[in-house]
Design a protein around this ligand. Structure first.
Ligand SMILES: Nc1ncnc2c1ncn2[C@@H]1O[C@H](COP(=O)(O)OP(=O)(O)O)[C@@H](O)[C@H]1O
Ligand SMILES: [Mg+2]
Length: 182
């Protein structure tokens, strides 16, 4: 595994390289592409492997974007590792990120509207009415506008911003985009 980023000591980093889920204490969930385990109190380990209909390279690009981003609406990443096959194709992406809480189904429609805004398909004036009033508190206009500007030209295409791919950071109450691409 190639370690792209690690905030951990050498020995802990090596543990993630050998067996990413070993330190995981509890299975938290998995959608169609990833498995997520609790790691300590405040972190999770996310392991994404190659599947016929899904290329983990997309998630790698998203994780790299998050590492560079200063937005409060993307996850803090403590470890990023990647495995490739002999043809250099990404086969596995491992991230350790901050543990977040469930945002709830109340944001379902807001999430799709926000996706259109962030991708530049719709202007704020068009989506504003579709946003749950709470959404504007947990993801304010200014933050959305800044993130949209950074996403522009990044090549990232969000296509999966349903409510389970948004979560809440308890410490600041912000909405965090966890898994926007499938
Ligand atoms: N940072 C996190 N903190 C807590 N739970 C998480 C976190 N990230 C993901 N999860 C849980 O794991 C599930 C799957 O993770 P996700 O990144 O959405 O992958 P998938 O591609 O499999 O949908 C989420 O729906 C959520 O229940
Ligand atoms: Mg998901």
């Amino acid at each position: 595994m190639e370690v792209i980023h690690s905030k951990f000591s050498k020995s802990v980093t090596q543990r993630f390289v050998k067996d990413p889920t070993r330190g995981g204490t509890r299975y938290l969930g998995g959608g169609c592409t990833a498995r997520v385990f609790q790691y300590g109190q405040n972190k999770v380990v996310r392991v994404q492997e190659w599947r016929q209909d899904y290329d983990p390279a997309d998630h790698l690009r998203w994780a790299e974007f998050c590492l560079k981003s200063r937005s409060k609406h993307v996850p803090k990443i403590f470890f990023l590792g990647v495995e490739r096959d002999v043809n250099d194709k990404v086969t596995k992406v491992v991230t350790v990120l901050e543990r977040l809480g469930y945002a709830g189904a109340q944001f379902e429609d807001s999430a799709w509207a926000m996706e259109s805004y962030l991708m530049g398909w719709d202007e704020w004036s068009c989506i504003s009415e579709r946003l749950h009033p709470k959404m504007k508190e947990v993801f304010p206009y200014g933050a959305a506008k800044r993130l949209r500007a950074k996403l522009k030209g990044s090549g990232l295409e969000f296509n999966d911003l349903h409510d389970e791919n948004w979560m809440i950071r308890k410490s600041d109450g912000r909405l965090v985009i966890t898994d926007p691409i499938c």
